[in-house]
Design a protein around this ligand. Sequence first.
Ligand code: ADP
Ligand code: MG
Length: 968
Amino acid sequence: MNRQAKGKTPRRPPPKKTSNNQKDPVGVYCRVRPLGADDEECCIEVISNTTIQLHAPDGLKANRNGEFKETQYSFKKVFGIKTTQRELFEDVAKPLVEDLIHCKNGLLFTYGVTGSGKTHTMTGSPGQGGLLPRSLDMIFNSIGPYQAKRYVFKPDDKNGMEVQNQVDALLDRQKRDSQSTVPKTPTTRRIDPEFADMISPEDACRADGVDEDSSYSVFVSYIEIYNNYIYDLLEETPFDPIKPKPPQSKILREDQNHNMYVAGCTEVEVKSTEEAFEVFWRGQKKRRIANTQLNRESSRSHSVFIVKLAQAPLDADGDNVLQDKNQVNVSQLCLVDLAGSERTSRTRAEGNRLREAGNINQSLMTLRTCIEVLRENQMCGTNKMVPYRDSKVTHLFKNYFDGEGKVRMVVCVNPKADDYEETLLVMRFAEMTQEVEVARPVDRPICGFTAGRRQRNQAFKDELTRRLEERGGPVDGEFPTVLNQLLQSFPPLPPCEVSGPNDDVTLPRLIEALEKRHRIRQMMIAEYNKTANMLKSVLQEQDSNNLSKENFIHEQRGKLGEKDKMIQNQKNEIDRLEKKSKMLEYKIDILQKTTNIYEEDKRSLQHELESREQRLQREMSEKRRMESRMQGIVTDAKLKWEKECERRVNAKQLEMQNKLWVKDEKLKQLKAIVTEGKTENRQPQRPSREKDKVPPKRSASPSPVPSPYNGSQSSLSSLEPIYNFSQTVRPDPHFPRPGSVSVASCISEWEQGVPQSRRQGSQSPPDSRKRAQGLPDSLSRRRGRCWAREVPVQPADVDLEETDHWTGAPVRPLHRRSHSAGGERWVDHKPSSNVELDTVLQANIPKAIKVNAPNEKALSKCDKYLLTHQEVASDGEIQTKLIKGDVFKTRGGGQAVQFTDIETLKQENPVVASSRKRRSSESGPDGEPMEGDWTDVETRCSVALEMRAGSNLGPGYQHHGYSKRRKP
Ligand code: ADP
Ligand code: MG
């Protein structure tokens, strides 16, 4: 019968990714080897047992613009130059071996540039065994006594493991023995001298918790990946020294559990450290030979040593391996010595070698890429495809990263400065690798048999051997005591001595005794058999009872284990959740703080907003107030300016009328002159007639008063004297007027009644009497006008000459009203053209007769005259002058006013004042004198009175003590 059980590999990823969500990061260790020579520059400093610091070499610093780069790298552990191989093994590989024995997979690789100590770390040197020999040693130290017989476990060619029955295994063993010259088990340590003394006996260590009720077998394979080809280093090929066959490359396949394996790869079952070692060494030698033959560089290939541990539980007897393929577990530990990680340029490789080097680099590149993508997927939750298939190395180890297991990497570094740049890259890769997580392998379920089967079986076997030994032992000695006692319970034999040939007593007695004994014996045997059978049945019952109980206990244990696991898982979950909740609390805390800060900000901003709004409101109201104030000011100013304009228009009107009058007057004079020449011998025209010819308008227009002194001046320069007149002198009627023209004197004479001859010549001679005593209406009116012109403005006025005679002497003392008679009575003359100013200071005259224009009636009743005169002062402001005068009775029966005093009231706009002041001394923009210049008080007075042209005012209106400003 060839019953075979096919084992299932533990690497099999569960069909649906199981609930195993526990992950461990790839453990990355750093080993710093000692410098090759003491005088070499060192670029690595071990800072702590987890951190190293890289110092950029001086030359490099200079090359990089003095950029001083000091970087620290942290690892799970850093091993300094003094670290022994044993220490390294204890930390790095021992847990992996323990895992292997407990059915869990492991991957351990060394990474670094060539010469950094990868091989030294993995394989070791004589006297300093590396991780590989130590791992093998530990495995055999742990499972040594529990190993299955050779060929009980048999790998199939599809990465599975079969269990052979004892007979097939025995046959296979016999076949091997007959084929091989090698002794079955090496009795002495026949170790290659190159490989000798790797592990000293005191370094031996073993794993705890090895399942004694299982049977184990170790299989090793050794492959090399060179130039992305896989070579089996343990393949037995008939060696042809004449024409050596190049090694055949192997391919990678995926088994039914989606695990990658090297198809057709030799798996050698080894039973001891030494044997395993020997196999490894065989492969190593083959590798060297191939490298030499094919001119390859060993540093350019990856070597992978795979230790497979098959284990299956013993059967219920604890005698043989359970023939159940489902109970076979295979775990494996891959020990990888990667190719040097340096860049191609460093090796100065050429041609084929360069291409190969490129491929090597390519595979390491792929490894880096895979790690990167894995890391990204894990950290960012992405699902990018990891390019395992891009190189054989990564493809082979795909399951470790995809499935479950423990991955560890020893980063080897040579601290020499020459390696700095390469080392930097190595460090970066190492740091990144640490961030990748691999699913933690789960515990395998245990079979349902009683624990301690092996021991019980052993004990039974021992007892059997002992008994057998006992049975075959004391042949001629005494019976064992039990038998003796048994024999003693038989009836004693009668004396058997025969007395003679005729002794008939002894023999029959003996026969009888023997027969008796025989009967007893028969009885005893029957009894014994009965008892034995009974006992046997009891025992069997007990046994089955026991078994069922044991089974029950085992079941319970299994359940307990499951429960324990569940509890553990839940505990882990709780831990995780607690951590998460702590994290979240912390986050909440931070968020709260942030919120507080924002709220604070918000409050302050709101506050600011409010204050700004208030300010805005204040400013708005201020603005409104300002607006209303400005509006008030504007309306005020507008009103004022309107008034001012009105006033100025009036003034201008007056001026224009004045001018018109002057022109008229001149025209008249010219006419008179012209006509005088013609009618020299004729009687002069009555002035009254002349007056009649004056258009009615003229009575309204003020007539500038010609100066008695400048009377001789030409009429063409009539305007000139206005400005040239410097002072006003009280007109003296007796003072001869130098400028009197003949026409005027003629008229004067005529009016005074002398010479008679002239009067005769007139067409309608006036009544001399009337003339002597009083003035004819027309004339007196004319005189009034003339008086008004008392302030000399217009020279060479015929009328003036005439008038001057008349106005000659106001008789003051005679016509002065008595103050005692009811006090002074005033005529308060305010021309209607006056602008109403809000003057506070106002002339307040009690009992005054207020008039818009002076009239005879009012004057006759009063003895004081007050003219409120407005004019534009030199600074442009309206100036109010209160011109006071005394009223006299003229001889002709009329009234005359003699000005005696001027009071000036002046308002000033503080704003306009300054500009006005400036302007006052200047001429207008077109060089014309300002309009106010001629509207002086005299003129105005005269105007005021002139407007009364038709009144009976007598001569005598005079100005006193008033000096007129001379114009430039
Ligand atoms: P790699 O395999 O990385 O190219 P090796 O392991 O071959 O480097 O080491 C190169 C040399 O350095 C070897 O001679 C080795 O003995 C030595 N060496 C490496 N690491 C150490 C160490 N930790 N202690 C002593 N010697 C070492
Ligand atoms: Mg090496």
